[in-house]
Design a protein around this ligand. Sequence first.
Ligand code: SF4
Length: 376
Amino acid sequence: MKISKKDALQWFSFFAALPEDQPLGCRQQEIALAVFSQIELAVEARFQRLLAAIPGVQGLGPGPSTLFVGPEEHFPAGCRSCLTGTGLSAVRRTNRCDARCPFCYDFGVLDAIPPIGEGFWEIGGGRYREEDLDLLFALQGKPTGIAYVYLEPMMEIDRYYGVIRRFHEAGVHQHLYTNGLRANAENLRALGEAGLDEIRFNLGASGAADTVIQAMATAKRFIPQVGIETPMTREFDARFHAKKRDILATGIDFMNCAELHLNENNLPNYWGENLYFYRLGYLSPVFSREITLKMMREAVAESWPIVVHDCSNRTKFARDLHQGRQEGGWFGQTTYGRELSAWPFEAFLPILEDPTFSFLEEEPLPEGFRPGDIVL
Ligand code: SF4
């Protein structure tokens, strides 16, 4: 059903006005899914046009899972492990943060993130003390890499050194995310000495603060791979370009351009933007990947000394398929899916009302699906 944008707007206005607890009937669902499909196809076509304008873009991983430009030797080993090794292997410990980013998936609930537990680390969903790692390695083998995720580790970075040392001795690649607000020569040196392989700065969290840019340069003295990983937002795009020369002069290796995706927490901060669903899973503003692709083109045109790569919704889609395979799952198994409990019809009205956004192909609705028909 190649529903027209006009019909889509009429139906979505109707769906948006329904009581929240009223489920859609099967035919109504057909219409809703046809609209999401029309939007996704049109957005993908826009991305393809931008992609076609990037000379020398390369792919990494099956599919390929991600696209990049720049010197491949700077491609982050943590992403390589996530996409082609044993998977992301998240390690969690800190449940607090000193920033309040509008794009944060925990926006509004940052003070209510469950603790992991005194003295414990959450690894692969289980709880372990530092001294349990040897047992874990002996019984389950070693991952190619692990990633310290969960709010801001620099809130209590002293607790990390021992665990980092153990993973390092086991030969496991480790990367850590930080907003960089508390990073300094002392803790960056300690992380490097403990054996951290890679650190990623969420530069958007500080609005590309000078102190964080300086910390990235300092990190490069102690930690082998240093990069930026931040969601691509308009604010970051503007701040990055205001400080581009200083950022590229830090000596960092890469910039991971994360496609911003929205859940119930951060969606209100992007109300009014053009949104799309990727494979009925992640919900994203269209502008985010557009910024990534334009950054990649600029990086090629200006020969930036870093790798710029897109951690897009497609990358997350591929990552989860890869993970399913690693876990010995059945064909097609994935944990990739929608992060919102209900379809946010109202949030799609802006893209359907946008005169600059068109569907690729439209046809009249079949009988029984037209506005005015009784469709259940
Ligand atoms: S720095 Fe990270 S965890 Fe903290 S508010 Fe920003 S996105 Fe959330």
